[in-house]
Design a protein around this ligand. Sequence first.
Ligand SMILES: [Zn+2]
Length: 241
Amino acid sequence: MMIVKPTSAPTSSPPAAAPVSRTGSVLSYAMAAAGGTSSQPTSTPQPHGKKAPAPSTAGKSKKTKPPATRLAALAAGCQPTVQAVEANRKHAITPALEAVVEANTLLSGLGFESGGVAAAHAIHNGLTAVNNSILHTKLHGEKVAFGVICQLILDGAPTSELDRYIGLMHSVGLPITFADLGIPKPTEEELRLIAKVACLPHETIWALDIPINEDIVYNTIIGADAAGCDYLKRMQRYSKL
Ligand SMILES: [Zn+2]
């Protein structure tokens, strides 16, 4: 049975800065990650010099990438730029914004063809089952963003990898904790409901090639909030130095 790894104990090192892709190269990264052509894939910033965590390949041929792994590669190569988000806030159409829009359009098709965004989307669906008026004001993408953290936890991503995603999400105002989602203290019953809905037979979470059950997902959701809280604590500690 898979054990959800807790995030590492806070260290003196600061969290990774949010990765910022080069303007206009977002689609190139996405194409490269998807197996298409690109002349720029190797220039993707890797703050810790690490690539996305390798998937579990126990008992499986390494030649066949599971859909969820492909999605993770796409996501890692297509992180929107802070520049594009800031332009969007000012309603300014810039090359960075257009690149991110184009990449998102590509990924919306590739993502669902490849695995339905796996746990990230399934946990979003679970979140919609919680009866909380504040949570229901959150956008679809905001809930999926928290689901992305959950999926990284499920995959056993190291803290350095979590920090890359969480840092980016936090920098653009996406939720990284229960509090950000408007449910600072969810009950066990609510969390188990999220896990139950996320694990319904038709759900995309089954696209993952790792052990999944309601209890694993329940613990994963708690682990995702813990990772977000840990990131914020380290950010605060670092900012006081
Ligand atoms: Zn969606």
